[in-house]
Design a protein around this ligand. Structure first.
Ligand SMILES: C[S@@+](CC[C@H](N)C(=O)[O-])C[C@H]1O[C@@H](n2cnc3c(N)ncnc32)[C@H](O)[C@@H]1O
Length: 348
């Protein structure tokens, strides 16, 4: 059903209901938080005169919110693109509905890859498809400015979280595994894959904010055009070794060790640029967990520890306090610490 929807400072007309590729122009309320956070990131980075591209713009809601909610100085120009004529009409109507008329705006009706290739490049590119971002990565990265931001959403979660390890190998060039950390490990596998596409163009893509929420992954990469920085990125592609019997884990350059399952290769660097997350001022609960979350690779899950070692669970909050650990957005019963499992068991 075509409905009038208010999100942030934007009012749009779009279809709601069951999520589907077939729906004419679709508005997904679950992605409100995804769009909210993109506004927080651009606001906090506060770089002026950005050339912004939305190659998969759908109803245009994200771009309309950028125009209405970001300080004017941030946007030099903004291009909405969608290969669906109905989407393009909807973008035009929604801009009118919001009384937006500006020379800064362009609307295109092309296949996203053609749109990107025929452009001169952008400072911010938002890849927000249904499913995997794979088809768009090459051209988005090629057209990303030297110090640009690439934002990527992926709803292709089962392919990254160990349900189909063969699919992970084929599409994301690594081995996944289903365990309590699968969302973090899947996110790190996806980050590495995107970084490898970056390094072939000598673009070092460092995550400044990467998370899993509501069945999708979302990553903001800061680009740096530099061979040396690319080498530094590749150094941080390693394996995550996990012993399901003891819950021991470690990062390793090697893809074999007795009693350990090998996951990856994956990104072992930071998921959050703390200079950025510290500066984000928000009441959003989810972002406030991330603000406190450490950049340690992997986490422990209290339920999993309790089950594995047949012990009673204390509250996650108390455990986090006792261990001087940090919470993690990946799991409400998870916590991040550098302590070994034996040390944790002694303390809880
Ligand atoms: C998930 S929606 C985008 C949602 C939007 N970014 C938002 O925040 O509301 C995906 C959109 O991509 C468009 N699309 C899918 N494949 C495309 C392609 N190859 N080229 C251009 N547009 C494409 C679809 O028509 C659809 O409108």
């Amino acid at each position: 059903m075509l409905k009038t929807i208010t999100e942030g400072q934007a009012v749009i007309k779009a279809h709601t209901g069951k999520i589907s590729r077939e729906l004419p122009v679709f508005y997904n309320p679950v992605m409100k938080s995804n769009r909210d956070i993109s506004i927080e990131v651009l606001k906090t980075l506060n770089k002026k005169n950005r050339q912004i591209a939305l190659p998969l713009a759908a109803s245009g809601i994200r771009g309309i919110r950028f125009i209405k909610e970001l300080p004017k100085s941030i946007i030099k120009n903004i291009t909405f693109n969608d290969f669906d004529k109905k989407a393009v009409n909807s973008i035009k109507n929604n801009l009118k509905l919001n009384k937006i008329k500006s020379k800064k705006i362009q609307i295109k009706n092309q296949e996203a890859n053609l749109f990107l290739l025929q452009s001169t490049g952008f400072d911010y590119i938002d890849i927000d498809p249904f499913g995997s971002p794979n088809p768009f990565l090459n051209n988005a990265i090629q057209r990303l400015a030297r110090d640009g931001i690439l934002a990527v959403t992926s709803t292709d979660t089962s392919a990254l979280t160990g349900t189909f390890p063969k699919v992970t190998r084929r599409k994301y060039w690594a081995t996944s595994f289903k365990n309590e950390m699968m969302h973090e490990l899947g996110l790190r596998i996806l980050i590495r894959k995107i970084q490898l596409i970056g390094t072939q163009f000598e673009k070092a893509l460092t995550p400044i904010l990467a998370y899993y929420k509501d069945h999708y992954f979302r990553i903001y990469f800061q680009n740096k055009k530099s061979k040396e920085a690319c080498d530094q990125i590749i150094k941080q592609h390693q394996f995550f070794l996990y012993n399901p019997k003891t819950l021991e884990r470690k990062i390793s350059k090697y893809n074999q060790e007795n009693n350990f399952i090998v996951i990856g290769p994956l990104w072992t660097g930071d998921l959050f640029n703390k200079n950025l997350t510290k500066k984000i001022r928000t009441k959003d609960k989810f972002l406030n967990i991330i603000k406190k979350e450490s950049n340690i690779v992997g986490f422990y899950d209290l339920h999993k520890i309790a089950k594995t070692y047949k012990i009673n669970i204390k509250s996650t909050q108390k455990t986090i306090q006792n261990l001087k650990a940090t919470p993690t957005h990946f799991s409400t019963t998870g916590f991040k610490t550098n302590l070994k499992i034996k040390e944790i068991l002694k303390k809880i």
